[in-house]
Design a protein around this ligand. Structure first.
Ligand code: ASP
Length: 344
């Protein structure tokens, strides 16, 4: 058995990075069916967020820059923006009022991946996930361990709870019960919907290689330590350089028990278009829940294949507010409206 560290060291002395090594061993670097020179980057949001999120990633891709830099810079936009209450800084907290973030990253050519879950105090968990992938022999690091790892890489530990998020949490807390010692909120202004959200960023570079990121603050008011689908490879994110990439948002528990993103990628491998593959997952989720009448939650899935075709489907929606994704390609910025299976 060759010692792994020695092996990596030798290869890096030869000028081969880990991704390059894996690529040359897979013998797939020259896959001729990949449409080359047709980069694209998408995110699971519409026009407003799509434009600002995709701009830095597209700037990198169109100049032939690094694929992983492109998806990371784009994901960082939402993570750093306190206006978004479902991702990174400004995300809604758990039931104790503490923001815990989940994120994952995956690189198609090698199937290398990394993720962090229930990480506190770090604004850009997708960047930490990338370091787990690139700088460790692990895939998932959670909780305090993830924060310590981030700190070791120079990340600052900060307060992620914005005033807006704290006030939402407080209203929720005060409303839970009339049997506890918290009086109901003074303004009575309580949103009964349990807010959630996530962002998926998927991209293909000039060489036809694919990568993706999923990042979220998860389900608002969750039990401390609960992690959703987003940091789990195969659930909230999956990338395969031949078949394509998929990312999920919405009720994570359903995506977890269907291995949602992996399911979608495998459907594409079997010949479905990204759109058909996304719809197939929604159908599967509805089926395992006992039919449309039983489903009172929502999930949305976005997908991309190596030819730059996109797909988007949600379990629920309504005419005029179909699930959407936005993408940037050589043809400029576009918004794609997907399909839904149950009318709201
Ligand atoms: N999927 C995320 C989770 O369950 C939340 C969301 O996308 O709304 O943590």
């Amino acid at each position: 058995m060759i010692d792994r560290r020695k092996f990596i060291k030798t290869m890096s002395m030869l000028g081969l990075s880990m991704p390059a090594m894996a690529k040359s061993f897979s013998g797939r670097s020259g896959n001729s069916s990949v449409v080359k020179n047709n980069p694209i980057i998408l995110c699971s949001r519409g026009e407003k967020w799509g434009k600002k999120v995709l701009k830095p990633g597209w700037d990198i891709l169109r100049k032939g820059g690094q694929l992983l830099d492109a998806v990371e810079r784009s994901a960082n936009v939402t993570e750093l923006d306190p206006e978004d209450s479902s991702v990174g800084y400004g995300g809604l907290p758990n039931e104790n009022g503490v923001v815990q973030l989940d994120a994952s990253i995956m690189y198609g050519p090698t199937h290398n991946c990394g993720s962090v879950a229930a990480i506190e105090g770090i604004k850009t968990p997708s960047s930490v996930a990338r370091l787990v992938m690139e700088r460790t022999d692990h895939i998932h690091i959670v909780g305090k361990g993830a924060q310590n790892f981030a700190r070791a890489h120079g990340f600052k530990v900060e307060n992620l709870l914005t005033e807006r998020a704290r006030k939402s949490w407080l209203r929720w807390r005060e409303n839970i019960s009339d049997k506890d010692d918290w009086f109901p909120p003074k303004d009575g202004n309580y949103d009964k919907n349990r807010p959630n959200g996530t962002i998926n960023v998927l991209a293909v570079d000039r060489a036809g290689d694919i990568a993706g990121i999923t990042t979220t603050s998860g389900l608002a008011w969750k039990i401390p330590g609960r992690i959703g689908d987003s940091p789990i490879i195969g659930a909230g994110l999956y990338v395969d350089n031949e078949a394509g990439a998929a990312g999920a948002t919405g009720r994570g528990e359903e995506i977890l028990r269907t291995c949602g993103s992996f399911f979608v990628v495998e459907q594409m491998r079997a010949g479905k278009s990204p759109q058909e593959a996304c719809e197939a997952l929604c159908e599967r989720i509805i089926y395992i829940n006992g039919g449309k009448e039983k489903v009172n939650f929502n999930d949305k899935i976005v997908a991309l294949n190596k030819n730059g075709e996109v797909g988007c489907a949600a379990i629920r929606g309504s005419k005029g507010s179909e699930p959407e994704l936005a993408f940037w390609s050589k043809n400029g910025f576009e918004v794609f409206k997907g399909t839904f299976l149950i009318e709201n």
